[in-house]
Structures are given as C-alpha cells and as structure tokens.
Design a protein around this ligand. Structure first.
Ligand code: FAD
Length: 457
C-alpha cells in the first residue's frame, strides 16, 4: 500500500489537497454522529480543495480498487459517513466557497463543504433564505445535506433539500466530472440526474458543488405558539385540524411525554406528568398575529390545557428552544439511537401508540419528537453505554417500529438516510423490482463497488 499511497500523493500534487496518514488525524475521521456503528480503519484522509482534487482521488481509487467514503460535516445519524477498512476518507469540508449569489434569479452556487447556516446567512444579506434547515444546520454541509436529502423544521412549508436544488457538479467513480440540472426554475431536458444523486448517500459519486434555489426571507422572526395536551393523540388531532384549516404553518413540531420528562429533568421547565405532548407551531407569513391566534383557538378546541403565543422575538426564540433541548435532554439518559420513520400524517397518533407499545414490550425507553406536519417522527431509543453494536432488545424494538411505519403506509427514513443502520430493512420497503433497479444503477455508475461500500445498499 505504501507505493499506492505515493502514487496518490503524486496524483494530488497538482492540486491543493492535503493527505494524512497520521493516526490521530485518521482517528478523527473514522466515526460520524451515529453511536452504534463500529467504524473501520481508513488508509488515509484526503482533504480536497477543488473538484480536480476529488477527480484525481477517484481516478486513483478506481485504479487501485480502494474504497472511498465521502464526508462533509460527519453529522450522519445513520452511519453513512463511518469509515470502512482500508478506505480513503475523502472530506469536502475545506471546499467552502460560495462562488455566486444571484438575488435577481434567487439562486446561489456553493461548494460542497459550505455549512448550511453559512449559506443561509449569506442569503440573508440579500433578503433571501436557504430554506432547508436540518437541526444540524451550523455543522452539516451542503454536500452532506444533498447526499442525504436532508429535511428540517421548515420542511412543512418549504419542502426538503431536493426542493431547493437546481443542479449539481458531481465527480463519478473513476474521476469523470458530471454537471446536472440547470440555473432555471423550470427545465425538463433529459433524465432528472440531479434527483438521482440527491439522497444517494455518497454511493454514486462525490458532489463538489451545487446550484441552489433561494427564497424570500420573512421580514420578521416568526411568531411561535405552544400548546400542551394531555395525550399525544389529542395533539395529533390538533395538528390535523391546523393543516385542514390551510393555515400553512412554517413549523409544526410535536414533543412526546417521555421527551418532556427528560427536558424537565434537564432544565426544570415544569411540564410535569400531566403534559402528554407539547405542540410548537410557527407562522412566518408576516400577516400579523391572526394565523397563530387561529392555531391557538384550534388547539384549545381540541382540548389543549394551555396554549400561548410569543409576545416578541426573544420569547418566540425561547419557545422554540424547548424543541432544541429535546436531544441533549434525552442523550443524558444513556446512549441514544436517533431514528427517523415517516408516516402519512393522518397516522401520527397510531404510529406513536405503536412506538409506545414497542418500548413496553421490549423494555427499551423510547422518547419521540416529530416534525408533525410532515408525519416524520424521531423515536430516540435509549440504551446503556457499551460496545458499538446494540443490545438485542433494542434491535427488536426498532424492528417493531420500522415494521409499524411500513404497515401504516410510511417509510423507514424521512430524512436521515439508510446508511448502515437500515440496510437490513430496505428491501422490505422497496420490493424486489426496485432493489434490482437500484443495483443496476449502482453497477452502471460504480462498477468496481468502491463508492461508500456497505452504505444504503
Ligand atoms: C444534532 C443533529 C441534528 C440533526 N438534525 C437533522 C435534521 O433536522 N434533519 C436531517 O435531515 N438530518 C439531521 N441530522 C443528520 C445529519 O445532520 C444530516 O444527515 C446531514 O445532511 C449530514 O450532513 P453532513 O455534512 O454532516 O454529512 P456527513 O455526515 O459527512 O455525510 C452524510 C452522508 O452523505 C455522504 N456525503 C457527504 N458529503 C458528500 C458529498 N460531498 N458528496 C457525496 N456524498 C457525500 C456521506 O458519505 C454520508 O453517506 C442531524 C444530526 C445531528 C448530529
């Protein structure tokens, strides 16, 4: 391998990429944020600074049959960016240029390593926003967001990452550079190759830059409404009523009883045992307080014991902060496996009942938060700290939860991706024909099977 590495160094010498085999550096790139996947030992880490660095690495990798694990911020919760033995971890996090910001056409061109929040801040200077907002927005990258088709809190109004991408530049296995899509909002020439790469989890190529759609930024910070309910089912009914009233909330989040208890223990907010669920809603349309007041009225009519509206921006941010406390609060209880099923929103209450049943049957604490407007639930399985793999009861509970999501007409993953964790369930959701088409696409674009092997498929 020493000769192969020398070969890689000379392949990269024309660009500005750095390559490291230092054990301390390599150790820092073995894992992502998934707590339960045993990572492999990489051969080296390449930090690309340009598309040509990426192309040179992929050409070299194909020649030497070396696996490549593309990496952005390393915030994957599905094990997508965990290293495999003998791989090159190819990190894009030094490719951080926003090369264009075009307010008239409401678009930006950003390199893959730009942090999501960085792009949104740059857009804000022109009265625009980059709408996809995963909770990891300060630390995850545009490339990683595209590769996982990330969602976020604003999805209920603005859609997922796929809805904000016009085109990409992607380096294919072997080093060819492909440009997909266009700069126009409309355009139907050829197959939709952009969508093929969005959500492909680094298994088909390495995204180096993207042309992204920006939208008008709300003139003021949205008002927030919070409502406390005795049960999750009652809160889910309120969600359906708000959506049926066509109020178009820009955020609609639900927090279950187990999570509220954890937040109480963490910050003493005093929800107590009687609060079975907390609904948090925002409206960013700028039409005054009327939409959130209507949401509050709906919640009270649906049995909310308490419903409040923020008085000013500071209070609005504070109320939303309760949602952001969910993960840190639950993580204090033990090792957390953050899951990500999505069901038709009419099935939200039934899905939570099935999650609670799985928790009781297998004796595994599960705390759930939901992007309720999308039917996207994050059941967080809590287990003791331990070796990388999970205890069998947690897998059994997870199996029950995933099976329930599929039975209810939903999916295994709304936004985090399949990664390593959900491969064993994928065929159950997709079926034989779809799996065969997936493998045919993978074989066509990555015949040597070296692009992020062991992930997704
Ligand atoms: C606290 C926290 C909150 C989160 N909240 C959300 C949320 O609200 N919504 C959500 O959807 N996710 C969320 N996530 C999960 C995670 O942040 C997203 O999946 C994110 O899109 C990953 O981006 P990243 O840059 O960290 O990519 P990484 O974790 O580095 O990689 C993710 C996947 O993309 C591939 N990849 C990365 N860069 C490229 C590239 N340039 N080209 C090709 N493939 C690439 C990797 O190989 C891997 O398969 C959260 C994670 C954390 C830790």
């Amino acid at each position: 391998m020493a000769t192969a590495l020398d070969d890689l160094r000379s392949a990269l010498s024309a660009g500005r990429a750095s390559i490291s085999t230092d054990p301390d550096v390599v150790e820092g790139y073995r894992r992502d944020q998934t707590t339960i996947v045993a990572p492999g030992r990489p051969l080296c880490v390449v930090a690309a600074r340009s598309t040509s660095d990426v192309a040179a690495t992929l050409e070299w990798a194909q020649r030497h049959r070396v696996p490549v694990v593309p990496r952005g911020g390393g915030t994957s919760l599905a094990g997508g960016a965990t290293a495999v033995d003998g791989c090159v971890v190819l990190t894009l996090d030094k490719m951080t240029a926003i090369t264009e910001l075009d307010p008239a056409n409401e678009l930006a061109v950003a390199e893959a390593g730009v942090r999501n929040a960085e792009l949104d801040r740059a857009a804000a200077g022109h009265g625009l926003m980059y709408a996809p907002d995963p909770s990891s927005f300060e630390i995850s990258t545009i490339g990683g967001n595209l590769a996982t088709n990330a969602g976020g809190l604003r999805c209920v109004k603005y859609g997922v990452t796929r809805d904000s991408v016009l085109g990409i530049e992607v380096v294919l296995a072997g080093g060819r550079v492909l440009r997909t899509g266009r700069r126009t909002v409309k355009g139907v020439a050829g197959y939709d190759l952009t969508s093929l790469f969005v959500g492909s989890e680094g298994t088909l190529g390495v995204i180096t830059s993207a042309t992204l759609r920006l939208r008008a930024r709300p003139a003021e910070y949205p008002r927030t409404m919070t409502a406390a309910f005795g049960s999750f089912a009652a809160a889910a009914r309120a969600v359906m009523a708000i959506l049926a009233a066509r109020l178009s909330p820009s955020l609609l989040e639900l927090i279950d009883r187990a999570t509220l208890r954890a937040i109480d223990d963490y910050r003493g907010l005093g929800f107590g045992d009687r609060t079975g669920a907390l609904l948090i809603a925002q409206d960013d349309a700028g039409g005054g307080a009327r939409p959130v007041e209507e949401m509050r009225a709906i919640c009270l009519a649906q049995g909310a014991s308490l419903a409040e509206i923020s008085a000013d921006e500071a209070e609005s941010r504070q109320l939303l902060e309760i949602r952001r406390l969910a993960y840190p609060a639950v993580e204090r209880l033990g090792r957390a496996l953050v899951e990500d099923v999505c069901v038709p929103r009419t099935a939200l209450a039934e899905m939570v009942a099935r999650i609670e049943a799985a928790a009781a049957t297998h004796g595994v604490p599960i705390a759930t938060v939901a992007h309720a407007g999308d039917g996207n639930l994050h059941p967080v399985f809590v287990t003791d700290p331990g070796p990388d793999d999970l205890p069998e009861p947690v897998w059994a509970a997870a199996d029950e939860v995933f099976s329930a999501a599929l039975e209810l007409g939903g999916t295994l993953t709304g936004e985090h991706g399949v990664g390593v964790i959900k491969r064993r369930w994928l065929a159950r959701e997709l079926g034989e024909e779809s799996m065969a088409v997936h493998h045919a696409i993978k074989d066509a674009l990555d015949p040597a099977g070296i692009m992020n092997p062991g992930k997704l498929l």
